[in-house]
Design a protein. Structure first.
Length: 200
């Protein structure tokens, strides 16, 4: 199959789009347990960036699994494929000149590293939303933990499926940080990447 694929070199580059937008493009992966606050923090950060005329797009587990990844289960193999596709989607959006905010459990270290390699080390930031299982269960925003404890949900990360904590996250926030504090911590880290990309 690959031998019949020829890449077309388009004249407009990522750097061209970056210059036109007035900012750099990259992907921020928010990883953590369900209920940790990933989407809440990503949403708040996107609002801050929007006020600064930064072109953004948010991806999360529910909107991806209700569309492009609706054919995938929560088995370890399908979780890995879910993350691979997210990486490829993120890569396209970064090339399009956007700051991508991706909030996913992404429980396996190898899969998170895979996203980093797909998107590119220079255009990737990993944020670990390190909220304890006890706190996530207390919140149980979607009622998933209650169902998992009853055995109604299989392969629930943190209950019947593992979560491998990041060993080298670019930013780590905890349940002790307010949403505003978390946003400022992440914003400080991404500021250098917001500079328009050069063709050089």
């Amino acid at each position: 199959m690959k031998k019949n694929i020829t890449k077309h070199n388009y004249k407009i580059t990522m750097a061209d789009r970056s210059k036109k937008n007035g900012h750099g493009s990259f992907m921020i992966l928010f990883t953590g347990l369900s209920g940790s606050g990933k989407s809440t923090i990503a949403n708040a950060l996107e609002q801050k960036l929007h006020t600064q005329n930064i072109h953004t797009y948010s991806l999360d587990g529910d909107n991806i699994r209700s569309g492009i990844n609706q054919d995938l289960s929560f088995s370890p193999e399908d979780r890995s494929e879910n993350i691979r596709r997210i990486g490829e989607i993120g890569k396209l959006f970064v090339d399009a000149g956007l700051v991508v905010l991706a909030a996913f459990v992404a429980p396996y270290e190898k899969d998170r590293n895979r996203i980093r390699n797909i998107v590119g080390v220079d255009t990737f930031i990993e944020v670990f939303v390190n909220t304890s299982l006890e706190e996530c269960e207390a919140r149980d925003v979607k009622g998933l933990y209650k169902k998992a404890r009853k055995g109604e949900i299989k392969n629930m990360t943190g209950i019947s499926a593992p979560y491998e904590s990041p060993t080298n996250a670019d930013v780590t926030v905890t349940e002790n940080n307010s949403v505003a504090e978390a946003v400022e911590m992440i914003y400080k880290k991404i500021q250098p990447k917001l500079k328009p990309r050069s063709n050089e």
